[in-house]
Design a protein around this ligand. Structure first.
Ligand SMILES: Cc1cc2nc3c(=O)[nH]c(=O)nc-3n(C[C@H](O)[C@H](O)[C@H](O)COP(=O)(O)OP(=O)(O)OC[C@H]3O[C@@H](n4cnc5c(N)ncnc54)[C@H](O)[C@@H]3O)c2cc1C
Length: 334
C-alpha cells in the first residue's frame, strides 16, 4: 500500500480540488489529491470535456478539458501527489489529523478538504443477477486496457457515444464485436455509426438492435455466452467471452455520511465563510459544500478554495497570523 504524508488531503480532483492545490500551495502547504476516477477533472472531464464554458473569468470561451489542463499546470509548481482511480473508503481521526485509505493508498494529513462534487461517478449496471461473478475478469464498465479484449468475441451493450466509439475501436483487435442496443437507432455521432455499419459489411461486427441483455453464462469468472431478449421476449444466445456495458455513469454520494458529517440533502452542510463542516479539521468546497444561497458553479468552487486555504492555515498553524497575499510578483514554485 502506497503511504503518503501531507498537510492537506483533498478528496476530489475536479476543478475545485485542483484549484485547492494552488491556494494551499500558495500558503506553503503540500497536498495529496485523491479521486475515484482514473483522471483529474471531475464532471468536466467525465461528462463534457469537449464542451465550451463561457463563465470562467478571464476566459471568454474555454473547453472544459482545456480548463482542467490549465488548472493542473497552475497546481504543478506545488507538486501535489495525485492518487487516482480509487475512492476514499475510510477516514480515521488521529491525535494530530486524519488517516484516509483507498484500496491501494494511505494518506496521513493534518486537514481534510472534501471537493467531492456530487459524489463518485459509478457505472450504471444492467439488472442481471450474477454480474459480480464476471466483473473485472470478463465483464467491464470501462476500458482501461484494451488487451483483455484482444482476439475475443466481444459484446458491447449500449447505444451512446461511448458504446459506439468502443465498438469501432475494439473491432480492430477483437475476433468479432456484437453491439446490443435496446433502441432501433444509435444516439452516437453519425460518423461513428457509419463506421459501425461499414464494419458490419466487413463481417467484423453484428448489431443487435431492439434487444437487451437477459442473462450471462460462464464459470470461474469466465463469460462464455450471453442471452439477449428482443422486444417480444424472444431469447437468443450469443457466444461472447467479454462484455463491455456502456450505460453511462450515475453519481453515488459515497462514504461521507458514514464519517459523521452533517449532510444537507446529498451535500455536506458547510459554513460559507470558513468552509468548515461539523467535524473539526474537515472542510468542504465546490459542489459538495452546501449552505444557504449556494450556487453550484465552477467559479464559486474557486473562491471557496481560497477561503478553505485560509481556514486550513488557522488549523495547521494556529499561532500564525493570516496575511492576505497577492499572487502578483510571487511566481509559484520560485
Ligand atoms: C453538462 C454540464 C455543463 C456544465 N456547465 C457549467 C458551466 O458552463 N459553468 C459552470 O460554472 N459550471 C458548469 N457545470 C457545473 C460544474 O461542472 C460543477 O459546478 C463543477 O464540476 C464542480 O466542481 P467540483 O470540483 O466541486 O466537483 P466535480 O467536478 O464533481 O468533481 C468531484 C470529484 O470528486 C470525486 N469524488 C467524490 N467522492 C469521492 C470519494 N469518496 N473518493 C474519491 N473521489 C471522490 C469524483 O470522482 C469527482 O471526480 C456544468 C455541469 C454539467 C454536468
Amino acid at each position: 500500500m502506497k503511504k503518503t504524508a501531507v498537510d492537506i488531503a483533498i478528496i476530489g480532483a475536479g476543478p475545485s480540488g485542483l484549484f485547492m492545490v494552488f491556494e494551499a500551495g500558495f500558503l506553503g502547504y503540500r497536498c495529496a489529491v485523491i479521486d475515484a476516477l482514473p483522471q483529474t477533472g471531475g464532471q468536466l472531464t467525465e461528462l463534457y470535456p469537449e464542451k465550451p464554458i463561457y463563465d470562467i473569468p478571464g476566459h471568454p470561451e474555454i473547453l472544459a478539458g482545456d480548463l482542467i489542463k490549465k488548472l493542473e499546470q497552475q497546481a504543478a509548481p506545488f507538486a501535489p501527489t495525485y492518487l487516482l482511480g480509487a475512492p476514499v473508503q475510510t477516514l480515521e481521526k488521529t491525535e494530530d489529523g486524519f488517516i484516509l485509505e483507498t484500496r491501494n493508498a494511505q494518506v496521513t494529513a493534518k486537514v481534510v478538504i472534501i471537493a467531492g462534487g456530487n459524489g463518485m461517478f459509478t457505472p450504471r449496471k444492467p439488472a442481471l443477477e450474477n454480474l459480480d461473478a464476471f466483473e473485472e475478469t470478463s465483464l467491464f464498465y470501462a476500458v482501461r486496457d484494451k488487451e483483455p479484449f484482444r482476439n475475443q468475441e466481444v459484446a458491447i451493450a449500449g447505444g451512446g457515444d461511448s458504446a459506439a466509439d468502443w465498438a469501432v475501436e475494439l473491432a480492430s483487435i477483437a475476433r468479432h464485436v456484437h453491439v446490443v442496443h435496446r433502441r432501433a437507432d444509435f444516439r452516437a455521432a453519425e460518423a461513428t455509426v457509419n463506421k459501425m455499419r461499414a464494419l458490419v459489411k466487413e463481417e467484423k461486427m453484428t448489431l443487435h438492435t431492439q434487444t437487451q441483455l437477459h442473462g450471462l453464462q460462464g464459470e470461474n469468472g469466465q463469460l462464455n455466452s450471453l442471452t439477449i431478449a428482443d422486444m417480444d421476449g424472444k431469447l437468443t444466445t450469443l457466444h461472447a467471452s467479454r462484455l463491455l456495458c456502456c450505460f453511462g455513469l450515475a453519481p453515488n454520494p459515497g462514504p461521507f455520511a458514514s464519517w459523521g458529517l452533517k449532510l444537507d440533502g446529498k451535500q455536506i452542510a458547510t459554513d460559507p465563510i470558513t468552509q468548515k463542516t461539523n467535524i473539526d479539521g474537515i472542510l468542504a468546497i465546490g459542489d459538495m459544500a452546501r449552505y444557504e444561497g449556494k450556487m453550484g458553479l465552477i467559479l464559486v468552487g474557486f473562491a471557496e478554495a481560497a477561503l478553505a486555504a485560509k481556514t486550513a492555515q488557522s488549523l495547521i498553524d494556529p499561532d500564525k497570523k493570516f496575511r492576505l497575499q497577492y499572487s502578483t510578483g510571487h511566481k509559484p514554485g520560485t
